[in-house]
Design a binder for this molecule. Structure first.
Ligand SMILES: NC(=O)c1ccc[n+]([C@@H]2O[C@H](COP(=O)([O-])OP(=O)(O)OC[C@H]3O[C@@H](n4cnc5c(N)ncnc54)[C@H](OP(=O)(O)O)[C@@H]3O)[C@@H](O)[C@H]2O)c1
Length: 205
């Protein structure tokens, strides 16, 4: 797959390095040519401007601050799959500074296939992902490509519904980050499937 990154920061570098290792052709796109070249060299990718990376990818990773996500997504050509990993976090109290970023992107660029993914864990996790980690994905199309990119990390795609549910994933990230920074472990909150549903599992007769 050809993958462009919009941004050359922590998330772009972490995910680009994994996708290069998995055999994909990656272009790191940045507004600073020097920084994009530096990051691209470290991960074994090529470097370009934001415009070049947007045009390069069958899939484009949008890894910029959420407040500029809609503006930067405007560079992405119609038909491309855009992975939105942004979190519009208000760091004062770990709430969302604004809701539904992925939906706002999709409304601004309706011909782009927007998929929310990779926002639920830190860049350090993506640099060295625990095998089998579940990665929730929300989107209406482009989901299969993103699921493949999740598997390339040794992780497990969790299809979490259409793009309208992406705002729930954004809120979940804010909740989880707030718990993590206060020393909690979010894994303690979720029971196994059987405990949640008893003998009758959902989807079974
Ligand atoms: N880091 C994490 O653990 C993590 C986890 C989940 C989700 N996220 C989300 O992922 C996104 C990226 O996070 P990050 O940690 O990679 O951030 P980062 O290291 O600060 O990198 C941000 C990138 O966005 C670029 N950028 C900033 N303002 C821009 C603008 N106005 N126009 C174009 N590019 C701009 C920066 O360019 P310059 O290098 O030129 O400044 C940089 O390449 C954020 O929305 C964040 O909430 C982060």
């Amino acid at each position: 797959m050809r993958i462009g990154t919009l941004g050359n920061g922590l998330m772009a570098e972490a995910l680009a390095s994994q996708w290069v290792k998995a055999g994909h052709d990656v272009m790191v796109g940045g507004r600073s040519a020097d920084k994009a070249v530096e990051v691209a060299k470290r991960v074994g990718a090529t470097a370009g401007t934001l415009e070049e990376a947007a045009a390069y990818g069958d899939v484009v990773l949008l890894a910029v601050p959420a407040e500029v996500a809609v503006e930067v997504a405007g560079l992405v050509p119609a038909g491309t799959t855009l992975i939105d990993c942004t979190n519009a976090l208000d760091h004062r109290d770990f709430t969302l500074a604004h809701p539904a970023t992925a939906e706002a992107i999709s409304q601004a660029v309706p011909e782009v296939r927007v998929v929310k993914a990779f926002n639920l864990a830190a860049d350090a996790v993506w640099r060295n992902p625990p095998a089998g980690l579940g990665v929730p994905i929300c989107g209406d199309s482009g989901v299969n490509q993103v699921a493949e990119l999740v598997r390339d990390l040794g992780c497990m795609p969790v299809l979490a519904g259409g793009l309208r549910r992406a705002k729930l994933l954004e809120a979940t990230a804010a909740l989880a980050i707030g718990i993590w920074v206060s020393g909690g472990d979010v894994r303690e909150m979720f029971p196994p499937l059987a405990a949640a549903f008893g003998d009758v599992l959902p989807g079974q007769p």
